[in-house]
Design a protein around this ligand. Sequence first.
Ligand SMILES: Cc1cc2nc3c(=O)[nH]c(=O)nc-3n(C[C@H](O)[C@H](O)[C@H](O)COP(=O)(O)OP(=O)(O)OC[C@H]3O[C@@H](n4cnc5c(N)ncnc54)[C@H](O)[C@@H]3O)c2cc1C
Length: 618
Amino acid sequence: MSNLLVNTRDQRFVLYEQLGIEKLFAYPKYADFSMDMVDMVLTEAEKFAVEEIMPTYEKADKEDPAVFKDGKAYAPKCFHEPYNKLREAGWYAPLFPVEYGGQGMPKALQTSISELFGAANYALMMYVGLTLGAAGLIIEYGTEEQINKYVYNMVQGVWGGTMCLTEPNAGSDVGALRTSAKRLPDGTFSITGTKCFISSGDHDLTENIIHPVLARIEGDPPGTKGISLFIVPKYRVNDDGSLGEFNDVKTGNLEHKMGIKGSATATLNFGEDGNCIGELLGNEREGMRIMFKMMNEARLGTGMQGLDHGSAALEHAIQYAKERIQSRDMTSASHEPVPIIRHPDIRRSLMWIKSHVEGMRSLNYWTGYCIDMSEIAETEEERAKWDGFVEIITPIVKAYCSDKGVEICSLAMDIYGGYGYCQEYPIEQYLRDCKIATIYEGTNTIQSLDLVFRKLGQRKGENAKNLLAEINDTVAKCKEIERLKESAGYMEEASNALADMMMQIGTWLMSGEFMSPLINTRVFLMIMGDVVTGWRLMDAAKIASEKLDALYKEAGADTPEAQRDFGKDNVEVAFYQGKVASAKYFAANILPTVKDRFRVLKIADKTCVEVVEESFTV
Ligand SMILES: Cc1cc2nc3c(=O)[nH]c(=O)nc-3n(C[C@H](O)[C@H](O)[C@H](O)COP(=O)(O)OP(=O)(O)OC[C@H]3O[C@@H](n4cnc5c(N)ncnc54)[C@H](O)[C@@H]3O)c2cc1C
């Protein structure tokens, strides 16, 4: 029976059969892991997600959101118990090295846990994610003293963490920030300024909150080059590790938002009374470079948000479509109403959602796997290759998965009809909760600018070439499989069109023609996202197809009718048939549009920028 959050059979397929996570355990870094352990972790994580986290989902949205009262911010009351259980049961920081209190888990495996927990309640998991992101920054760039002072309590979830970039007049343009840092005689800094929209900025889940804050040291140059990063605790920390005095970080308010209402989004005023002390993290004027470590991780986490909500919406929509009886089957003589899953349009919608969710799942887990492979790489060349995949895929994971998450939830709502729009079903909340993922962590437009203007040309285009080579390798293998031949043809055409479009962008940029790519960076990213998602699905279908051949042979199911009947009786056969169907559907319905959509980009119509601003009226 479905847990209504995530298809755990598909999780296992991606981890075990597609990525072959077991290969990682041959390396010393992951030698303590085994497949039995992975299976147990997934089973227990599912249980925890369903029993401890999921019950808070609707509650924190409708009755018990984060609130600001009498100058203090509070997380939902219902978050305290699962938050503490996450800590006590060892689910808080599985990815972190053992010496800091984590479990040293591979990223690919941790991604699957995070999908379960995020699908159960993303808003709750944001408190954890931001804390660990901030702790990771201190581990990588902090002094030994800073690590000892802050990290252990953060990795245990005793203290929280945030990321403080945005200001009222510095959103996408972080370089415009005004928060300032004044040198103090003891080497610390006095911080003054206002940060807005800070997730987990203030709440009562932890006894202290450690803010990494971007600010400009007085006298440093304008723009991003002059930005430094500071550790600014809500309460100062004494030398013996105990909590000291309040550090003049005042909460102005919490935002009233469309979704993720359990997440406390705060305006923070640093140094209103001139008494806020920050410690420099890393070198002066390297704040942006350092913060990018956390931002890149958070971008992958935000892409996961699209998958998490999309996955939960899919599971709910399948259940509803099987239960809801409405209208007759127009292909049958009977006038009896049928479950709506029998209507071809509902089937098409479910197939569209299923293929996207499975493709996004595989893409996210593969990205985790690339991070793992980079960490255990034995040569610099190998490491550069795996890092290169992560670099080029990060803006796509963030923007494609979050945009598709919204489309998925919207389509799932259509499957519910009018009931989907009403609060008695969770779809409307999934749709509201997932929308923010397209905006925060750098809007999806900012991601697409990063992809087109930075990532495509990185390492002289080597990362892009390596990705295309992986796709073409899958195409070649799928062409050898009769049931995937046609799909492989669509994939090949889409991959060639992508390579061609990348060349066109390169030509534009080299000739100083920036407007043509600038207008359409976001459109380009989404098309490239379709190509890589199609690739992950084709790769999965190749494996599923081999499994089906073996199962059919064993059962003597050698006609299409016998194989179809086999799928009706056997859940494993149905699962693999579903994997092949996802790839075939995506290949035949999405990939053939790639070439034409790129043709539109090549036309590079500039009407939107040529028309005078006044024509937009108002
Ligand atoms: C719920 C929530 C939680 C958040 N959490 C955090 C947090 O924890 N920490 C934090 O620091 N921030 C956080 N943010 C802030 C978030 O990252 C910003 O809202 C976001 O980066 C956009 O900035 P902005 O809102 O100022 O929009 P603007 O930067 O004003 O952008 C407005 C529009 O203009 C577009 N635009 C801007 N510049 C360009 C350009 N160069 N080219 C093309 N288009 C452009 C944008 O894409 C957008 O569509 C959060 C925001 C929300 C709503």
